[in-house]
Structures are given as structure tokens and as C-alpha cells.
Design a protein around this ligand. Structure first.
Ligand SMILES: Cc1cc2nc3c(=O)[nH]c(=O)nc-3n(C[C@H](O)[C@H](O)[C@H](O)COP(=O)(O)OP(=O)(O)OC[C@H]3O[C@@H](n4cnc5c(N)ncnc54)[C@H](O)[C@@H]3O)c2cc1C
Length: 447
């Protein structure tokens, strides 16, 4: 199906208000992930309302998988037995202005937390493209936004409460468990059930968002560093065609009473005069406000608005991280595949992320650039393309996003994550019998 026909078909769905999947399911429908490309191996879910209920559940089961908001595109969250869903445990536990932290129950979504924090005068350092995801699920897979100096969302985690395989509650913190803590924050769901998360906060701030159209690829090649550091968060969208980036999204953090306005031209790209969706043919109704209109941090950092369908809705996603110093070479290597990629792609996004010290983060000890692909829901074709992209990016020791589709081999994953073996050892301590494992983890981490 050509791109225009496909987009026409999905635009009606995208332009409507977001309906949580479980509300739209008929009784016979199987439980799926958000995108619908993964049908989970069980429909059974248990919704605990207290820590006691979680402990009892974990103690009495031989296999446990915790489900967040089901936004991963691969089988990382799958279970054949029964899911533990913490969606009913979504309250703020403590806002500590002195320590500049907030502690929440881990079923809470970023969208819910942002509203609370902003009301209280606080903010998070960054957000992903969408606020709909659970805090625990996002941090478990090293979900990220963009920005030269911004680490992924898990870098804001300063404390965790977890239930381990024995059903015991453990409290871990950045301050008190210095050596171990960076090994558990991006836990891939393999260490236990995260029941509470403590996050760093900072005073609320205002932002403006500007979108530019048609940045020549040559300008990006010659000025990548300047372009990426020109705003607090920069996202480049491309379909890899016509030697240009289709859209540049600049998210600018405003000092008090700032009169800042962006120029009409940015490295040859022209400032848009209407709000745009990253996929230009889709309605921008679902997107956060652009055109330089000031707004609070949580209404500018994500691309998509809470309460509306994010992205295209019917899609697959893959994303690859390479060292920031190889950004231009990696981007040009993918551009070489434009003829193969083009027919199956909705849009690509290029973002930068600061280095961190979290063992299982794709940005572990390396400032990174992430090259993302939003695909049409055509898995057989996408499955054939991923190895081509991974081969082009192999010289840069590419690491895939844990929550998206990839075909990188377990052996390559092991060789590209320096601390993976230590992570396995920590998993064995927390969970000696593999209660929290599933086939995805067994293949990619424990094989
Ligand atoms: C439209 C769309 C846009 C996206 N945009 C971005 C983006 O901008 N940046 C980015 O990096 N990613 C992005 N993603 C990917 C997404 O952020 C990740 O897949 C994230 O993990 C989703 O969180 P979730 O709660 O839905 O996780 P789930 O898919 O429900 O679970 C993910 C993992 O976390 C584990 N887990 C969940 N809760 C717990 C818990 N309480 N305790 C222990 N383990 C737990 C699960 O077992 C599983 O292993 C996007 C996804 C979609 C669908």
C-alpha cells in the first residue's frame, strides 16, 4: 500500500481522542501491546492494590511478569502465565522539595505525574515523545527524549522500591547503593517488581517549540554539532528522501520573562507557519503546541499530547543508538538505504542523548545519537530490512532500543554492553530461579 493511502486510512483513527486499548477490546479479543503487533501469550492479569498483595502474588507464583502500559513493540513484556499490572497503584507518595525528589507508585504514567508536579511548581528534566507511558516501564527500558545535556528518563531515578523473587521488599538508592544502583535502574523487568520510583525534580520551567521544514542533508553533515546543540531538545525527522530532513523540532527552555523569538531560517530550513505532525500528512491536532507559543515544560517536551493517540497509531518502531561522535557517518550510512527503507517507512527521527552510568542503558558511558524508524505495520518487510540497517550500523557497535523491534544477535548484544554479564549476576542474586524471565530475556540476556 502506498504511503498516502495508508495515511488516509489511519488519519481518522489518529485524529480522534485516545481510547485506552483495554476499553476498546471486545470480550473475545486477545490482550495485545499498544500497537497491536504483539498478542501476549496470556490474557490473565492481576491488579494488586497494595504492597502486601504484590508480595503474596510473587511468593505464590513460579513465573511473574509485570506489565506497564504495553507500549513496547517486542516481546520484552510477554508472559505465558499471568501478568501483574500495577495500573491501580498510581499515586504520588511523597514530594520532597528539600531533596528535590518525588516518589510515586510505579503504575503512574508520566502524563499523570506531570500534571501533579507542575501544579506544585516542579518539573522533570525531560520526557519521551509521549506522556502516556508508565514510569516504571519506561525507565526499565531506558526510554529517552532528546537533548545534548539530557540523559534518558532513567537517569532521573534516585531510588527504587522493589519486590524480589522471594517476595521480599527491597529499597535501593543512588546515594546508599552506589555500586549496585546503576545496575538495577534499567532492569528490563528481569530483577523484580518495581513498586515505587523516586525521581529527581527541578523547579517548573516554560518552553517554546518551533518547527522548521526542509533542512538540507549537507547542512546537517557540515553542522551536526551546532544544529543539535541549538536548543534544549532537538529532534530531526526524515523520510531519507530528497537529501533533506523533512522537519526540525526545536524545544527551547525560556528564562523568566524571555522575549526570545526564533529566526525564520535555520540552516536553510524554513520556519513552519502552522502546527505540524512529524508525519506531515497527518493532522497536528494530536501534537504539542508549536509556533513559538510559550507553554509549560510538560506540554512542550513530548511531541504528542496526553489524551490523544500518539504517533500514527498503526505502526511498528525500531531504534538504534550509536556513539555521538559517529553520528554523521551513521546517518549517511542509513541514508544509503533510502530506496529499500522508503516504501515501508512512515518517518524516522534522529535525537541525541547524554551519556549515563546505567549498565543496561544504550547510552552507557557514551554520548549517543538515536536513529529511530516508525514503520508501516508490515512486519515481514520490516523484518527483512532490520538486518540491513543493523549491518550498516555495525561498525559503530550499534545498540538497539530494548522496547522496540530489532534482530541484533544475543552475541552482539553481549559484546556491546560491557556490564551485561554483571547485570546477569545481579539478576541471579535477586531472582535465583528465573521467576521474572520470559523467552525474550532468556534469549537476549541469559542465553
Ligand atoms: C507511540 C510510541 C512512542 C514512543 N516514543 C518513545 C520515545 O520517544 N523514546 C523512547 O525511548 N521510547 C519510546 N517509545 C517506547 C516506550 O517508551 C517503551 O517501550 C517503554 O518501555 C514503554 O513503557 P510501558 O510502561 O508501556 O512498558 P511495557 O511495554 O508495559 O513494559 C516494558 C518493560 O518494563 C517492565 N515493567 C513494566 N512495569 C514494571 C514494574 N513495575 N516493575 C518491573 N518491571 C516493569 C516490563 O516487564 C517490560 O519488561 C514509544 C512507544 C510508543 C508506542
Amino acid at each position: 500500500m502506498d504511503k498516502r493511502t495508508f495515511l488516509k486510512l489511519c488519519s481518522t483513527a489518529v485524529a480522534t481522542r485516545f481510547l485506552p486499548l483495554h476499553l476498546g477490546r471486545s470480550p473475545a479479543a486477545k490482550l495485545t501491546n499498544w500497537a497491536g503487533n504483539i498478542e501476549y501469550s496470556t490474557d490473565k492479569q492481576f491488579f494488586p492494590k497494595s504492597l502486601d498483595e504484590i508480595q503474596e502474588f510473587v511468593k505464590t507464583r513460579s513465573s511473574v511478569k509485570t506489565l506497564g502500559t504495553r507500549h513496547c513493540f517486542n516481546q520484552i513484556a510477554d508472559s505465558t502465565n499471568e501478568f501483574l499490572s500495577l495500573s491501580a497503584m498510581d499515586r504520588v507518595v511523597l514530594l520532597d522539595p528539600k531533596a528535590r525528589t518525588v516518589t510515586v507508585e510505579s503504575g503512574m504514567t508520566y502524563g499523570e505525574l506531570c500534571l501533579y508536579l507542575d501544579r506544585e511548581g516542579w518539573a522533570l528534566h525531560n520526557l519521551a515523545s509521549l506522556p502516556h507511558i508508565s514510569i516504571a516501564g519506561a525507565c526499565s527500558t531506558a526510554t529517552h527524549g532528546s537533548g545534548e545535556t539530557n540523559g534518558n528518563l532513567a537517569t532521573a531515578v534516585s531510588g527504587l522500591e522493589m519486590v524480589n523473587a522471594a517476595g521480599d521488599t527491597m529499597s535501593l538508592s543512588r546515594l546508599q547503593d552506589g555500586d549496585l544502583f546503576p545496575g538495577v535502574v534499567v532492569g528490563l523487568g528481569a530483577l523484580g517488581v518495581v513498586t515505587k520510583v523516586t525521581l529527581d525534580v527541578q523547579p517548573r520551567f516554560m518552553m517554546k517549540q518551533y518547527v522548521y521544514e526542509n533542512l538540507p542533508m549537507d547542512e546537517l553533515r557540515n553542522h551536526f554539532d551546532t544544529i543539535q546543540s541549538s536548543a534544549y531538545s532537538v529532534s530531526l525527522f526524515t523520510d531519507w528522501q530528497k537529501k533533506r530532513l523533512n522537519e526540525v523540532w526545536l524545544k527551547i527552555r525560556l528564562p523568566e520573562n524571555s522575549k526570545f523569538d526564533a529566526p525564520p531560517d535555520f540552516f536553510g530550513a524554513k520556519r513552519a507557519t502552522r502546527n505540524l505532525h512529524p508525519i506531515v500528512d497527518l493532522s497536528a491536532e494530536n501534537c504539542t503546541e508549536q509556533l513559538g507559543i510559550p507553554g509549560p515544560w510538560y506540554e512542550r517536551l513530548p511531541h504528542f499530547r496526553m489524551g490523544f493517540t500518539p504517533s500514527a497509531g498503526r505502526e511498528l518502531q525500531s531504534e538504534y543508538f550509536v556513539p555521538r561522535k559517529n553520528a554523521v557517518d551513521a546517518i549517511l550510512a542509513v541514508e544509503n538505504l533510502r530506496d529499500q527503507v522508503g516504501p515501508h517507512l512512515l518517518i524516522s527521527e534522529i535525537r541525541t542523548i547524554a551519556a549515563d552510568d546505567l549498565w543496561m542503558s544504550p547510552c552507557y558511558q557514551q554520548p549517543s545519537v538515536a536513529i529511530h524508524f516508525t514503520w508501516k505495520p508490515e512486519w515481514p518487510e520490516v523484518k527483512r530490512l532490520l538486518p540491513l540497517i543493523e549491518r550498516e550500523l555495525a561498525p559503530f557497535r550499534v545498540r538497539p532500543h530494548w522496547g522496540k523491534l530489532f534482530t541484533v544477535s544475543p552475541a552482539d548484544l553481549h559484546s556491546r554492553y560491557q556490564r551485561l554479564q554483571e547485570f546477569v549476576e545481579v539478576c541471579q542474586k535477586f531472582d535465583p530461579r528465573g521467576k521474572f524471565r520470559n523467552p525474550f530475556l532468556t534469549t537476549n540476556i541469559f542465553a
